[in-house]
Write a protein that binds this ligand. Structure first.
Ligand SMILES: [Mg+2]
Length: 118
């Protein structure tokens, strides 16, 4: 691993999940911002630099799908988006760079992020 910090935006409508993911990722050396809904997430994506977005797929109002679309079409299609789902087997074809099942271990989390930067 090189010295450059990796900036991650984590999006989830459940506060406990956001807190847990932030803690785990920071312990692993990442710089983490959190957003509790898709609208906030999109504003943050437009204003800040991130290396990867980690988003819950099912959220009220603004879904992970809408964040993904925003990133891929409007913002910057090179910004990777990892989707998190409690029911990943229900996902049909999707454009996420990776899918993570919820709940996941720290190892699975880090390995999904590492895959992106390989
Ligand atoms: Mg959710």
């Amino acid at each position: 691993m090189n010295d450059r910090k990796i900036y991650i935006l984590v999006v989830d409508d459940e506060h406990s999940i956001l807190k847990m993911l932030k803690l785990r990722l920071e312990r692993s050396g990442y710089v983490v911002d959190i957003a509790s809904n898709g609208k906030k997430a999109i504003a943050m994506i437009d204003e800040n630099y991130y290396d990867v977005i980690l988003t819950d797929i099912k959220m009220p109002e603004f879904s992970g799908e809408q964040i993904l679309r925003h990133v891929k079409l409007i913002n910057n299609d090179t910004l990777p988006v990892i989707g998190m789902s409690g029911t990943p087997w229900l996902l049909e074809q999707n454009d996420y760079d990776a899918i993570l099942s919820k709940p996941c271990t720290t190892k699975e989390l880090i390995s999904a992020i590492n895959q992106i930067f390989k």
